[in-house]
Write a protein that binds this ligand. Structure first.
Ligand SMILES: Cc1cc2nc3c(=O)[nH]c(=O)nc-3n(C[C@H](O)[C@H](O)[C@H](O)COP(=O)(O)O)c2cc1C
Ligand SMILES: [Mn+2]
Length: 510
């Protein structure tokens, strides 16, 4: 395939299978199918009818398409399986914005900022002004329904996981992996729901691994079951409204319901239905639901897995999920992704998180102006932050604060610049960092928790960190000399040159 062949847009590729009106604008997507129709209508999705294998072949296709910034792919003809497979649906800035129905992620950041502003309404009009805000909150609360498309078909024996085209992603992977699962668990003491995206290795038709990392909410719930010795019920949803899928990846604080957050994102409550065999509610519009339990203390080797760092993460012991029941929609579509050397699909989900979560950081650290988590740093390895600096050592304060904050605690490198630097412009950031930094004075070395995927540290999960304060330094920070002025041309000369610009370059006879 050449780099542009998929863009030629033969009409037949996009031949409409649209059965519903896909032109509606700001209403939340009901399910994955509505998102697929929208992508297709916008020439952001290609249906592939050639027979393909879920063993490595789809990875190679999706990887090439990712590196070419190509479209979402719907494989309709999988060797040995009847279900189609969707991949790369979130794999660009544009599709990620389409998934959350915004033009830019900053629109969501703005809504979050608005909600977090403390407001005490005064009088009748003040209360009226509050109404839209209250509506945002009531829209967010999930709604329980009694009938759901995701339960149209119920499987309890016969074909189970073996009927789903789970991908073997990379040659040295320990097996096939479910890569876009929404894992639902409950806190056994408070009943609080959690939904996290944790990959699941498929061992056989009813058994898979549960790869929640040590710092995640799913594992926090699991530890309480382990202590009690009671089996832990788990339900896994595959597919659904893209806002629901994204919410499972969002680094929300513990005990904040991802389904409520999804309701906020889509401006409409998420519909949940109780599972058939476990006491857990799952999104009613999902494509598949896996129901089962984890026996406390049981572990099994999980991995290796070609991971989003671009390296294999090593095999390790993780809990095991025993599946008792699978339900699915008629003509279900299996959603998948592959991770590997960036850029891949998950990079755009993480870039959305960078934008959406900036206001939450700013609430605690108001001097933060902007943040860039460069794709090559695979999110836990590098954060570039700009600040409005008003006192000595404020750069170092931010470095230390971030190392204590939610999933930011795993960040290995933090670079701080001032707010006249565009953190999204890596050339500008490196120019400041290379020129502004005295290593002995401006480096902060520390140690602490690291992401389990960090392979550079001498031990798993723990290692060294570096903060680089690339802000301007004053005498109170040990600087013995005045900080130099940055070169800037005068306004008058700029205007003069602007005015004469065309004239300089008019071709004249020599
Ligand atoms: C495609 C994809 C795969 C992921 N796989 C895992 C995983 O296997 N284990 C894990 O702990 N986190 C994984 N994550 C990150 C979590 O989904 C993310 O940290 C989320 O906030 C976890 O939810 P929690 O805070 O409720 O635990 C993955 C994210 C994406 C986008
Ligand atoms: Mn959570």
């Amino acid at each position: 395939m050449t780099s542009v062949s998929y863009m030629k847009g033969e009409q037949s590729i996009f031949a409409s299978r649209v059965t519903r009106n896909a032109s509606r604008k700001t209403m939340a997507y009901k399910d994955l199918r509505e998102f697929i129709l929208k992508l297709e209508k916008n020439k952001e999705l290609i249906r592939i009818k050639t027979e393909v294998s879920p063993v490595l072949e789809i990875t190679e296709i999706a990887d090439r398409i990712s590196k070419e910034h190509g479209p979402a792919l719907l494989f309709e003809n999988l060797k040995g399986y009847k279900f189609p497979l969707l991949i790369n649906a979130f794999g660009s800035y544009k599709r990620m914005a389409m998934a959350l129905e915004v033009n830019h992620m900053d629109e969501i950041a703005k809504r979050i900022k608005e909600i977090m502003k403390p407001h005490i309404p005064e009088g009748f009009f003040g209360k009226l002004q509050m109404l839209p805000k209250l509506k945002e909150i009531s829209d967010s609360i999930p709604k329980i329904v009694s009938h759901a498309p995701c339960q149209e078909i119920v499987l309890k024996d016969g074909p189970m996981l073996d009927s789903i085209p789970v991908l073997k992603c990379w040659p040295d992977d320990g097996g096939p992996f479910i890569t876009l699962p929404l894992v639902f668990t409950k806190d056994r003491e408070t009943g609080q729901r959690n939904c996290g995206m944790y990959r699941m290795q498929v061992y056989d038709r009813v058994t898979c691994g549960m790869h929640w990392h040590i710092h995640k909410d799913g594992r926090r719930h699991y530890l309480k079951y382990e202590k009690s010795g009671k089996p832990m019920e788990v339900a896994v949803a595959l597919g659904g409204d893209p806002a629901v899928i994204y919410a499972a990846t969002a680094p929300l604080p513990p005990d904040i319901d991802e389904m409520m957050f999804a309701g906020f994102l889509r401006k409409k409550p998420v519909e949940l239905v109780r599972c058939k065999t476990v006491d857990i509610e799952v999104p009613a519009q999902s494509e598949f639901i896996l129901e089962g339990e984890i026996v406390p203390g049981e572990v099994r080797i999980e991995g290796p897995f070609g991971d989003h760092t671009g390296f294999y993460s090593p095999a390790d012991k993780y809990p095991v999920m025993h599946i008792k029941c699978i339900t699915h929609r008629k003509h279900a579509i299996y959603p998948a992704t592959i991770v590997g050397k960036p850029p891949m699909e998950d990079c755009y989900m993480a870039k959305a998180t960078e934008r959406i979560f900036l206001p939450m950081l700013q609430m605690i650290l108001p001097e933060i102006a902007d943040m860039n988590l460069p794709i090559e740093g695979v999110f836990h390895n590098c954060a570039i932050i700009s600040i409005k600096k008003t006192y000595p050592a404020q750069g170092k304060k931010i470095i230390n604060a971030l190392w204590g904050m939610g999933q930011m605690m795993n960040t290995k490198f933090i670079i701080i610049v001032e707010d006249d630097t565009d953190v999204q412009n890596i050339n500008e950031v490196t120019w400041r960092a290379f020129n502004n930094v005295d290593p002995k004075r401006d480096f902060v070395f520390s140690e602490g928790p690291l992401d389990v995927l960090d392979h550079s540290a001498s031990w798993p999960l723990f290692g060294n960190k570096l903060g680089i304060d690339a802000t301007r330094k004053g005498p109170q920070e040990g600087m013995q000399r005045p900080w130099p002025e940055e070169i800037k041309m005068s306004k008058e000369i700029k205007e003069l040159v602007d005015k004469k610009w065309k004239d300089y370059f008019v071709m004249r006879d020599p």
